[in-house]
Ligand binder design. Structure first.
Ligand code: SAM
Ligand code: SF4
Length: 361
């Protein structure tokens, strides 16, 4: 069976048949996932659900979200199957995300199954990005099941702002989750914050100090055009330079060398040991070193957050037959179709139809 990648976007969906004919026999080779620009892909972000306990303005609409059909959500067995094929092709890190991954009823079992996977270079690393709600309750089981690393998102420490920003009054639950993570042995611990003008840009120093007090690294993220309402405005975005300028008012920043394919640039604060990171996807894109692929909760492979092409694994998984070989071919086709970079800064940029919660951040 040959599955066909689908191009999505605000245009009516069309089938990209040139991509379909791109599925060569060579794609079945069991070598590393190297794209046409020489980038080796070792990191798979797995979205477990598009559902969420919050409604962050930069990600989801307040109401009227079009949820993925429940019947299309990948099962535990399907996720494990894709992950095993990816690991055999050289993927060494899985990051569980969403939506909110902790809303998934079988989350502990997902962690257990994926943490047990071996890639040719050894056991995989398993990380999770979460909004922290339900973390305190689930963390012992997640750790016991094999979770290695955690990123927790927190954009403000003020309850009224948190409510405005997420449309939910859940700051206390997030803080409880962060406290549980601090008390655990999971390290390094990272806290993510999207910097927003007029919303939390007066809290940047406070957020870093909060992270330090919780033995964590704060990582600021430039806001990207991935909100469901398509209201992103470049002029309103808080840039990497502005973030650094604010932090330099409080600390001396010394760059940490050896970034590799990591999305965050990092700096040591004063004489250390604490650090801060900035993920500047818009003003300083790191596409040249990108080693990531994404799997949506409904089984679509994506080679970029901003891609308008998806590679559909659902029919492959549910038709039976040479499933693993077909998944492998689709992975390779997806990698081969990867562009050198995203085009956020290009006037012709087309925002993906899916919001961040349905792609997986
Ligand atoms: N619900 C979990 C959470 O919030 O951590 C995991 C999914 S969320 C989509 C993953 C990360 O993406 C979060 O740190 C969130 O702040 C970030 N994010 C979401 N929309 C974004 C946007 N438009 N620009 C930049 N970062 C965004
Ligand atoms: Fe939910 Fe995370 Fe999106 Fe916020 S950023 S709405 S917590 S998926």
């Amino acid at each position: 069976m040959t599955a066909i990648p689908v191009v999505i976007g605000r245009r009516p969906p069309v089938i990209d048949r040139a991509e379909a004919s791109d599925l060569h026999e060579a794609d079945a080779a069991s070598t590393a996932l190297i794209d046409t620009h020489g980038r080796v892909h070792r990191d798979l972000r797995i979205s477990l659900t598009d559902r969420c306990s919050l409604r962050c303005t930069y990600c989801m609409p307040e109401q009227g979200n079009e949820w993925l059909a429940r019947s299309s959500i990948l099962t535990l067995d399907e996720i494990e199957r894709i992950a095993r094929v990816a690991a055999a092709a050289g993927v060494t890190t899985f990051r569980l995300t969403g939506g909110e991954p902790l809303l998934r009823a079988d989350i502990v079992e997902v962690v257990r199954r994926l943490a047990a996977i071996e890639s040719p270079s050894g056991p995989v690393q398993l990380a999770m990005t979460t909004n922290g709600i339900r973390l305190a309750e689930l963390l012992p089981a997640l750790q016991e099941a094999g979770l290695h690393r955690l990123n927790i998102s927190i954009d403000t420490l003020r309850r009224d702002r948190f409510h405005d920003l997420t449309r939910r009054d859940r700051l206390e639950d997030v803080l409880t989750g962060i406290a549980a993570a601090q008390a655990s042995s999971l390290r390094p611990l990272k806290l993510n914050a999207v910097a927003m003008r007029g919303v939390n840009d007066d809290e940047l120093v406070e957020l870093v100090a909060f992270a330090i007090a919780h033995d964590a690294e704060l990582r600021f993220i430039e806001q990207m055009p991935l909100d469901a309402g398509h209201t992103w405005d470049r002029a309103q975005m808080v840039t990497r330079e502005e973030i650094l300028e604010t932090l330099r008012g409080r600390w001396t920043l010394t760059p940490v060398p050896g970034r590799g394919g990591a999305p965050a640039e990092r700096w040591v604060l004063d004489d250390g040991p604490h650090t801060v990171g900035v993920i500047a996807s818009v003003t300083a894109p790191f596409c040249g070193d990108c080693d990531r692929l994404r799997l949506t909760a409904d089984g679509q492979l994506r080679n970029c957050l901003f891609s308008t092409t998806e590679y559909d694994l659902l029919p492959i998984l549910r038709a039976g037959g040479e499933v693993d070989a077909e998944i492998d071919r689709m992975l390779r086709s997806c990698v081969r179709g990867k562009l050198p970079g995203h085009a956020i800064n290009d006037p012709s940029f087309l925002q993906p139809a899916r919001g961040m919660n349905a792609i997986g951040g």
